[in-house]
Write a protein that binds this ligand. Structure first.
Ligand code: NAD
Length: 505
């Protein structure tokens, strides 16, 4: 059992010391002297102070990554040696698993058991890509004209990795592990709201002796530090996870230097429940789909598509169980739902509740901040469910990124598919039914990159993660995610060395 109070104290650093960036193997405080405060969203207390980098420091980080790639030879380091570093990082993360998970809970607000899963995922990502590091292999092609054609794979170069606040460690780990295994070097930028666990990961990187410049950590805002990375001429690839609006801006900016881009963006994912679904299972996953992580999950099942004939039985059960969800700080092991990341995000979510009411949707439960007792200090919002919605409502179309579920009702399979595909997003989708053929038929027509049948949320590092439509470009994870960091070079070898004889003079 966790002794929560001592865990809190032991994982946090002295509030008066400023957390630093890691550039070319050195821990540095920015020359800007600017700092940002890190807040615990469960009580809005300051839990850390973080230096804020300058354009010159971003440039130094990119230059050191470039030098490590080309001059110091990370690119050509034997893949087994790269794999060894990744395995050492994984085992050090394992040793510090509980500490880092508790820190994630204090910084992000997610419940401790979810934070532990995140750290375990990150460990597995370093292990998985350590395994893949030695596996790239080329192909040869049978072509005419006495040529042997072949393809070899080469690491792309310096990769800028920019990640959001909802999975601060694991989003960075999945990109870093794949990029480093492929032979790229990286400059990583976390969200200013949640930098703490990544700083610990870089302590581990320092301890295992990864060569200087191979992995760098820069700290600061998206508009400054992030923007400098996007526009830096020596960054070859951007691997970004975050909001769709930011992704669009990055795509525009990256066009100037035609960088390779990977964008993992937002969602408004449909969870379709047919009348023949197992009732208990479908209610359970409808709740988990939206309320896990307080709804601050890109793939959250934020739209429940219900077949009309089960509406009257399903909705009262759903609402009654949503009302019983135990809300509290993530470090309390009885908590089922934690706080939202910040006061301003809480305002955004509550604003969407007002928009929904104004649009004429019916609020079935929740919709308010919790202001009783200790929870008043934090950013806690009740589980919220809207019904009587129409497809054009903003609460149906836009990503709210909080514990807000909207119900849409359908009568036929065709209608379910049309409603499901009726937003600009295409990240995830689920189908609940006991009819196997119907499940397969519907899944094949859904515009979504991550799908489930009779479950919601489980995903694995082995399988690719990518969005359709405005939910992204490219993808992370699995062998597909690894290939994102490798150029494919065509090599054509003459089987006989002789002039072409074309220009006869
Ligand atoms: P955000 O887009 O505001 O920020 C993400 C990161 O980009 C942060 O580090 C931020 O500082 C940086 N950034 C912001 N503006 C930038 C700019 N102009 N140039 C460069 N960098 C910039 O997103 P957020 O609020 O931190 O995260 C929530 C969003 O992330 C949601 O939309 C969610 O769906 C999405 N998300 C998607 C996935 C996925 O796999 N598809 C996973 C997690 C989160």
């Amino acid at each position: 059992m966790l002794n929560t109070v001592s865990h809190d104290k032991s994982v946090l650093r002295d509030k008066d010391s400023v957390e630093r960036m890691y550039i070319n193997g050195e821990w540095i405080v920015s020359t800007s002297s600017k700092e940002s405060e890190v807040i615990n969203p469960a009580n809005n207390e300051v839990i850390g102070r973080v230096t804020q980098g300058t354009a010159e420091e971003v440039d130094a980080a990119v230059k050191s990554a470039k030098e490590a790639f080309y001059k110091k030879g990370w690119k050509t380091t034997y893949a087994r040696a790269r794999a060894d570093y990744l395995l050492k990082i994984a085992s050090k993360l394992e040793e510090r698993k509980e500490e880092i998970a508790m820190l994630e809970t204090l910084n992000n607000g997610k419940i401790f058991s979810d934070s532990l899963v995140d750290v375990e995922d990150a460990i597995n990502q370093f292990q998985y890509y350590a395994g893949l590091a030695t596996k790239p292999h080329g192909q040869t092609y049978e072509v005419p004209d006495e040529i042997q054609a072949m393809v070899i794979r080469e690491p792309i170069g310096v990769v800028a990795i920019i990640v959001p606040w909802n999975y601060p460690l694991v989003m960075a780990a999945q990109k870093m592990s794949a990029a480093l295994a492929a032979g790229c070097t990286v400059v990583v930028k976390p969200s200013t709201q949640t930098p703490l666990t990544l700083i610990r990961l870089f302590e581990i990187i320092d301890e295992v002796g990864l060569p200087n410049g191979v992995a760098n950590l820069v700290l600061g805002s998206g508009s400054m530090v992030g923007n400098e990375l996007i526009n830096h001429p020596d960054v070859e690839k951007i691997s970004f996870t975050g909001g769709t609006a930011t992704g669009k801006q990055i795509m525009k900016d990256a066009a100037n230097t035609l960088k390779k881009i990977g964008l993992e963006l937002g969602g408004k994912s449909p969870n379709i429940v047919f009348a023949d679904a197992d009732f208990e299972t479908a209610v359970d996953y409808a709740l988990l789909g939206i309320f896990a992580g307080q709804g601050q999950v890109c793939s959250a099942g934020s739209r429940l598509l219900l077949e009309k004939s089960i509406y009257d039985k399903f909705v009262p059960e759903l609402v009654s169980r949503a009302k019983k969800i135990k809300i509290g700080p993530g470090w309390d092991e009885t908590t089922e739902m934690g706080p939202l990341i910040s006061k301003s995000h809480l305002e955004n979510v509550l604003n969407y509740v007002e928009i929904g009411k104004g649009e004429g949707a019916e609020l079935l439960c929740g919709g308010r901040q919790i202001t009783e007792g200790e929870l008043e200090k934090g950013n806690f919002v009740e589980p919220t469910i809207f019904t009587n919605t129409t497809p054009d409502m903003r609460i149906v179309q836009e990503e709210i990124f909080g514990p807000v579920l909207v119900i849409q009702v359908f009568e036929t399979e065709e209608e379910a598919i049309e409603l499901a595909n009726g937003t600009d997003f295409g990240l995830a989708a689920a189908v609940f039914t006991n009819d196997g053929a119907k499940a397969q038929r519907v899944i094949r027509q859904l515009q979504a990159g991550i799908t489930w049948i009779n479950t919601y949320h489980p995903t694995f590092n082995e399988a690719p993660w990518s969005g359709y439509k405005q939910s992204g470009i490219g993808g992370d994870l699995g062998t597909y995610g690894f290939e994102e960091y490798l150029y494919k070079k065509q090599v054509n070898i003459a089987l006989e060395v002789k002039p072409s004889g074309f220009y006869k003079g």
